[in-house]
Every structure is written in structure tokens, then in C-alpha cells.
Design a binder for this molecule. Sequence first.
Ligand SMILES: [Zn+2]
Length: 179
Amino acid sequence: MGETESGAQGIEPDTRDWADVLETGCAECGFVGDEDVAAVAGVVSASAERWDEVLARPNAGLRSRPDRWSDVEYAAHVRDILDLFRERTQLIVSQSAPTLLNFDGDAVALESDYRNQNLAEVAVGLRAASLAYAADLAQVTEEQWERTGYRSDGREFTVTSLTRYGLHELQHHLQDVGA
Ligand SMILES: [Zn+2]
């Protein structure tokens, strides 16, 4: 047992490129890949309440297993993912074929010490991130859904595919915490 109280040992870094769910769907959470992007703003803003319920659980701050994030760690990750997708969306909408920021969720989890983050602050931050991203999505125009940007590995995203990718992250992590 290499687990320690304060460290993040035990979490295997996730090296999968989850963007492939856009083509293949995701059997784990039921994501299909052609979800209606016009509905995503509503799903994102409504998710804040579901996360509030998750974070109100008595053991939200505890890992059920050493190799699995606690509800608070998942929520902190989703907060940062929602901010990332909002920033990526703003970039595509405002610039011509921009390169999108990279994000290593496992590295950020360690750097930001998700494991010891304050539950109440995570809840407030997640709600703010949900509402901000939903508000931006609600403003995307018909022409903007087709605008493109590129990840640093060259993969092309439109605002449409980026939004579906972000929706998958949210949906999959709600599934992870059983919400
Ligand atoms: Zn999934």
C-alpha cells in the first residue's frame, strides 16, 4: 500500500484521448456523439444543482478507494473542465482557426491539490463555472457553431464538436459519481 494521507498516489494518470467519443460514442455513460448542441446550455446550467446534491453527501470529501477520486475531486475537475471549454469556445469564436489550450487533468489535479480543496469553495466554483459556460453557449450564433480551431496535436474541432465533447465530460463525470 503506497497510499499516503496527503499525497495523490494511487490515481493512475488517464492517457486516453477522450475526443474519440465524438465518433464512437461512450458505452459507459450513454453519450452518442450527435447530441443536439442547442440543448447543451440548458444541460450545463441544470447540472449545477446535481453537483450540489453530490457535494452534500456526508462522505463527499473521502475516496471510496485509494485509486479513485472523491466526489469533491471529481467536482473540482469538472469545474476546471467547464472553464477550459468556455475559454476554448471563446477562442474559436473570436479568432481565426486558433490553436486550443492543452489540458492535462491529472497534472492539474496534483498542482491544484484537488484532494485537499475546500468542499464549499468547490461547490461555489463549480456553480459559477456551469453558469458562465451555459451563458456563453446560449449566445453562440448559427454561423459560429461551424467555426474551427485546432488542438496542438492537429485535431480539428468546430464549436459544435467542442460543445459535444464538453457535454460528454460533464455527463461522464456525473456518471462517475453516480449522480
Ligand atoms: Zn462517457
